[in-house]
Design a protein around this ligand. Structure first.
Ligand code: HEM
Length: 510
C-alpha cells in the first residue's frame, strides 16, 4: 500500500478534493461570476433540487429569477437563463441536448426527442418535417378525412351522449382519446390507427395502463402501449400505403448500412419514433384543450364572441359525415380563436419546465460571462411567459393581449416581442416538430365544440397544473357540462345554463 502524502498533517488527496470540489467551482470557475440560486449552489445543486422537491421546480425557478435576474447558477455545472439572448445563443444556435432526455426512449431505443447529437437528429428530423408542415397539413386529404371521422362521428356524438346531463363529463379523458385517434390515424393511416372515441374496450385497456403509470412511482414499462403501436407500425409499413410510419421506415432503411441497422432494428426505431409522436400528442394536446375549455367555461362572454366569429366565417363544422368540413386554412385565420389558443398555451404551457442543453466544446458567452464547455443550460416557458414587461398581468388569462391593435402591434398575433418570448413549442432545430399538427387539431376541436355547445364547469377540483415536464391538471380531470346551442346565437333557456352542482365525482366519460 502506498503511504498517504501529507502536508502539515493533511492528506494531499483531501487537499486536492477541496481544491477540485470547493475552491475551483466557487472561485475559479467562470460560472462563479453568476448570481447563485443559493450560496451553496456554487458547490452543489442540492439546495435547488431539494427546493424543487418541496416548493416545485417552476415556482422555484420563477422566484429565483425574480430575485436574481435573467441568468442564474443552479449548481456547479448548471445554469438557467430567461432572456432573448439565452433563447438565441442556446436554442436558435442548436446546442446538443443533455442526457436527461434518455428517459424518452421507447422499446429501449432512441427517437427524435432523445437523440442528443445534432447530426443524427437533423438526418431523422428532415425525413418527417415536411409531413408536419402547415402547408402539407392544410392540404392533406388524409387528415381532412380523419378530422371528419374523429370530430363528426366520434367527438360530437360522444359529447351529446355523455356530456349534456347535469353530471357533465371528464374532458381530460375525452381529449386523450381525441389526441390518440388523431395522431395514430395520421402516422399509421386512418384504417390502422385507434378509434378510442368509439372503442370502449380498447381505450379502457390502453388508458388503464397509463393510469397505473401515473399512480405507481418508478413504474415506466408500458407493455400494452408498446405492443399496440408496434403492431400498428408493422401494419402501416407492410400496407404499402403512404404514411408517416412508412416514410420513416423507408428513410431508416436507406441508412441501414451507415447506421448499422438490422431489419428488426429499423422497425423498432421506426415504432419508437411513432410512439414518441403519439405520446406527445396524447399529453400536450390534451393539456391544451383542457385548459382552453376550462378558461372559456370561466368566461362565457368569450364563448359567445367565438361563436359569432365562427358564424361570420366559412368555418361551419358539419353535423353529419356527408357534409364538407371547413377548410383548415379558414379556421386558422380566425383571430379570436387564434388568440384563445395562444393565450392558453402561454398561461398553461403543456411543457413549462426546463429544456436542458449542453454548452459546446468551445464554450459560449452569455450575458457577458464565459460559459465553459459541457455546462447544462436551460430556459423554461413558465418564466419566459410570465415576464411582466412582455406580458402585462402575466398571471391573468387575457386572449385580447394577442388581439389589441396599437402602434406597437404589427398584426393580430401580438407584438414581435411577445412572439419572441412565446415558447410553448420551444424553438430552433429542436423546437416542436408537431406544432402545426397540434394547432390545426386544437383549433378544429375548439371550433366544433363551441359552434354547437356552451360549456359550464361541474368539477374543477385539482385543476392546478402539475409541476412536471408534462404539466396537466393534478387531478387529471376536469368535469364540464355541455349545453347545446339551439340555433345560431340562440342558447337554451337559462334554467339549463344554471350552474351544475360543483365537485360531483362524475365517472361519466364518453
Ligand atoms: C400543444 C401541443 C404541443 C406542445 C405544447 C408541444 C411542446 C413541445 C416542446 C416544448 C418541445 C421542445 C422540447 C425540447 O426542446 O426539449 C417539443 C418537441 C417535440 N414535439 Fe411537441 N408539443 C406539442 C404537440 C406535439 C405533437 C402533436 C407532436 C406530434 C408529432 C409533437 C412531437 C414533438 C417531437 C417529436 C418533438 C422533438 C423535436 C426534436 O427534438 O426535433 N409535439 N414539443
Amino acid at each position: 500500500m502506498l503511504p498517504a502524502l501529507h502536508i502539515f498533517g493533511i492528506s494531499i488527496t483531501l487537499i486536492w478534493l477541496i481544491y477540485k470540489l470547493v475552491i475551483t467551482p466557487a472561485f475559479f470557475s467562470p460560472l462563479s461570476k453568476l448570481p447563485a440560486a443559493h450560496w451553496s449552489s456554487h458547490l452543489s445543486a442540492r439546495w435547488f433540487d431539494r427546493k424543487c422537491a418541496t416548493a416545485g421546480e417552476l415556482k422555484t425557478l420563477y422566484a429565483t429569477h425574480q430575485r436574481l435576474g435573467p441568468i442564474v447558477r443552479l449548481g456547479p455545472n448548471e445554469v438557467s437563463v430567461v432572456s432573448e439572448e439565452g433563447l438565441k445563443k442556446v436554442y436558435t444556435a442548436g446546442l446538443d441536448k443533455s442526457n436527461w432526455y434518455d428517459s424518452f426512449r421507447v422499446y429501449g431505443v432512441q427517437n427524435l426527442v432523445c437523440t442528443l447529437d445534432h447530426k443524427t437528429h437533423s438526418a431523422v428530423r428532415k425525413t418527417i418535417a415536411g409531413l408536419y408542415s402547415k402547408s402539407f397539413l392544410q392540404h392533406s386529404e388524409a387528415l381532412d378525412g380523419l378530422s371528419e371521422r374523429i370530430v363528426v362521428v366520434g367527438l360530437l356524438p360522444s359529447i351529446s351522449r355523455g356530456g349534456c346531463g347535469m353530471q357533465g363529463m371528464d374532458v381530460v379523458k375525452l381529449f386523450e382519446c381525441v389526441g390518440v385517434d388523431f395522431i395514430t390515424g395520421y402516422v399509421f393511416g386512418a384504417t390502422i390507427g385507434t378509434d378510442f372515441l368509439n372503442d370502449q374496450t380498447g381505450r379502457d385497456r390502453y388508458f388503464d395502463e397509463w393510469e397505473r403509470l401515473r399512480e405507481t412511482p418508478g413504474l415506466t414499462e408500458k407493455p400494452i402501449t408498446e405492443s399496440l403501436f408496434m403492431d400498428m407500425c408493422k401494419a402501416a409499413v407492410t400496407s404499402g400505403k403512404a404514411s408517416v410510419a412508412a416514410k420513416m421506415h423507408q428513410e431508416l432503411s436507406s441508412k441501414a448500412m451507415q447506421w448499422n441497422l438490422s431489419e428488426e432494428k429499423i422497425m423498432t426505431r421506426c415504432a419508437s419514433e411513432m410512439v414518441d409522436h403519439i405520446i406527445a400528442t396524447q399529453e400536450t394536446n390534451t393539456v391544451t384543450l383542457t385548459y382552453i375549455l376550462y378558461r372559456l367555461s370561466q368566461h362565457p362572454e368569450y364563448q359567445e364572441q367565438l361563436r359569432d366569429e365562427l358564424h361570420d366565417s366559412n368555418s361551419h363544422i358539419p353535423n353529419r359525415e356527408d357534409r364538407p368540413s371547413p377548410n383548415p386554412a379558414d379556421i386558422d385565420t380566425l383571430p379570436l380563436l387564434h388568440a384563445i389558443v395562444t393565450e392558453t398555451l402561454r398561461l398553461h404551457a403543456a411543457n413549462p419546465a426546463r429544456m436542458r442543453r449542453v454548452s459546446p466544446p468551445a464554450g459560449l458567452d452569455l450575458h457577458g460571462v464565459f460559459i465553459p464547455p459541457a455546462t447544462i443550460l436551460s430556459t423554461n416557458a413558465y418564466c419566459l411567459h410570465r415576464n411582466p414587461d412582455v406580458f402585462p398581468k402575466p398571471f391573468d388569462w387575457l386572449p385580447e393581449r394577442w388581439l389589441a391593435s396599437s402602434d406597437d402591434k404589427t398584426d393580430a398575433s401580438g407584438t414581435p416581442t411577445m412572439r419572441r418570448w412565446f415558447w410553448a413549442f420551444g424553438s430552433g432545430s429542436r423546437g416542436c416538430v408537431g406544432r402545426e399538427f397540434a394547432v390545426q387539431i386544437i383549433k378544429l376541436v375548439v371550433a366544433a365544440i363551441y359552434e354547437k355547445y356552451t360549456t359550464v364547469i361541474v368539477d374543477e377540483d385539482g385543476i392546478e397544473q402539475s409541476d412536471s415536464y408534462n404539466s396537466g391538471p393534478i387531478s387529471h380531470k376536469l368535469v364540464l357540462r355541455f349545453v347545446p346551442v339551439l340555433e345560431a346565437g340562440e342558447l337554451v333557456p337559462d334554467l339549463l345554463l344554471a350552474q351544475s352542482p360543483r365537485k360531483t365525482t362524475s365517472n361519466v366519460l364518453l
